[in-house]
Design a protein around this ligand. Structure first.
Ligand code: PLP
Length: 418
């Protein structure tokens, strides 16, 4: 039997990392990868449908984000580029201010960029979050200063799915000082929740997203740049995107992103309802079958597709390897994939205790997740956890103590206590 035949069927529950390209998206892209491969800026007639597809895609995306102007959409290569464009472009357009407000739980696209800016002598306030991953709105208002040039708060957290009140935060920012720019990293919400940049999110100046999080391919993203927002170009060296982003457009990717966005709006409520029901069942059944497990982000508004668990007394990496044996793809909160075993800065910021911060597991669903897949995880995971705990010295110790002491152990973080 070949390796492929022996391999269990894939159960993909890592949709916050990336998603499968939808068949409808692939079909929409196909002509621009085969027959209509011309450069949209070329003058010959063959390039006309390519330029037309680019224009139509921009209009589609603008409509899907609440009916903004097509010129307010800049296509990029990914969310990381969109965020860098927004942050560095705003800084360069506002040289007299040097303060940025963000949260302690942003994706590295924002978090690491802000750390880098600190090294360049920018002053950055990283707002703390509570145990559920929420910021305090009073803290937020207090953080805004006369030197503040930019606020960067994510729409939803990629690890926990916790949704931030962007409507309120952006309104409060503009009430405090209309010249402070407001950026939201909406990479985990575009394609999952309705985005209305002319309604609820009308105070947002800049919004970043990425196609591969909602069934478009990797390598294409977008930046919403509200008209009149002072923001200098990031990639220079071409006239494309109205002179705001040099580089030949990834037309097939852009067509795919636009198609994926319309697809996400079709039957949106029914799909969302189904995903939420599956996620809630997964959560309920795992909690019932696994002792000493907590839901990170519980109590906060969360994306309907995300479940982040802290499983006390074991390593997330061990769980991932064992799940892999069952064909189940998931991720943990630690940054081990980048070669470090540092626990996630998000879970640390939320105060997840030491016995659990290494044992976190993120399961993220999509429109393609089935009931049977959830059944398979509910069956496999409790057994995996029980097996790993038999090898865990911490688990052993906790079992040999009275319940109150074991619980105290779950709360105690030696790295945080003197
Ligand atoms: N921001 C958030 C919240 C994300 O979840 C991700 C990817 O996981 C990114 C930014 C970066 O996206 P990209 O890979 O498109 O650069």
């Amino acid at each position: 039997m070949s390796d492929a035949a022996r391999r269990p069927e894939t159960i993909y529950l890592d949709n916050n990392a990336t998603t499968a390209v939808a068949p409808e998206v692939f079909e929409a892209m196909r002509p621009f990868l085969t027959t209509d491969y011309f450069n949209p800026s070329s003058v010959y007639e063959r390039a006309t449908p390519v330029a037309a597809a680019l224009k139509a895609s921009r209009e589609t995306v603008a409509r899907a984000l609440g009916g903004v102007r097509p010129e307010e959409i800049v296509f990029t290569s990914c969310a990381t580029e969109s965020v860098s464009h927004a942050v560095r472009g705003s800084i360069r357009a506002n040289p007299h201010r040097n303060h940025i407000v963000t949260t302690g739980v942003e994706h590295p696209a924002v978090h690491e960029l802000c750390r880098d800016l600190e090294r360049d002598r920018y002053d950055v306030t990283f707002l703390p979050v509570d145990r559920s991953g929420r910021i305090d709105v009073a803290d937020f208002i207090r953080a805004l200063r006369t030197e503040t040039l930019l606020v960067a708060v994510m729409h939803a957290n990629n690890e926990t799915g916790v949704v931030f009140p962007i409507e309120d935060l952006s309104r409060l920012t503009k009430e405090t000082d209309p010249s402070i720019l407001f950026l939201t990293d909406a990479t985990q919400t575009v394609g999952k929740v309705g985005i209305d940049l002319r309604g609820a999110l009308k105070h947002v100046d800049l919004l970043a997203c990425s196609g591969h999080k909602f069934h478009a391919p990797k390598g294409v993203g977008a930046l919403f740049l509200r008209r009149g927002t002072p923001c200098r170009p990031f990639l220079v060296g071409g006239h494309q995107e109205g002179g705001r982003r040099g580089g030949t457009e990834n037309v097939a990717g852009i067509v795919g992103l636009a198609r994926a966005l319309t697809l996400s709006l079709e039957e949106h409520d029914a799909v969302e309802e189904r995903i939420r029901r599956l996620r809630d069942r997964l959560q309920r059944e795992l909690i019932a079958r696994i002792p000493c497990v907590e839901v990170n982000g519980e109590g906060a508004a969360r994306l309907s597709n995300t479940l982040n668990l802290s499983i006390h007394f074991i390593e997330g990496e061990g769980i991932l390897y064992q799940l892999n044996e069952h064909g189940i793809c998931a991720s943990s909160g630690s940054a081990c994939t980048s070669g470090s075993l540092e626990p996630s800065h998000v879970l640390r910021a939320m105060g997840v205790p030491f016995t659990a911060v290494h044992g976190s597991l993120r399961l993220s669903l999509s429109r393609y997740t089935t009931e049977e897949e959830i059944d398979r995880v509910v069956e496999a995971l409790p057994e995996i956890v029980a097996r790993l705990r038999r090898l865990s010295p911490y688990w052993d110790q906790s079992r040999n103590r009275p319940r109150s002491e074991a619980e105290a152990m779950m709360r105690k973080d030696p790295e945080h206590t003197a």
